[in-house]
Design a protein around this ligand. Sequence first.
Ligand code: FES
Length: 107
Amino acid sequence: MSLLTHHFFVCVNDRPAGHPKGSCVEKGAAAIVDAMRRKVEEKNLWGKVQVTGTGCLGPCQAGPVVVVYPEGIWYRVPTPADVDEIFEQHVGQGKPVERLQFDPERM
Ligand code: FES
């Protein structure tokens, strides 16, 4: 039985420079996944919150892109400071951060 409360999937896809779609790595995704993993460690959330780096999730133009389950909420996370807000508000209080959310079907 899983005791996870949240599972974050962070796109860490990279593409060659100049590719028309760009990539989440080009937009700073490595710093985002690092910041999320640091938060899990700092807040002692091992076994409760999982952070997984993934390949392309689809809505590349929104990058860096994160989707979190079980809610299936999509976030555009431009800076590590935004990770702080997600962990304080979404993980800590159960209130998704509206200003960072987007709908991948409208991209
Ligand atoms: S490269 Fe990140 S969603 Fe496509």
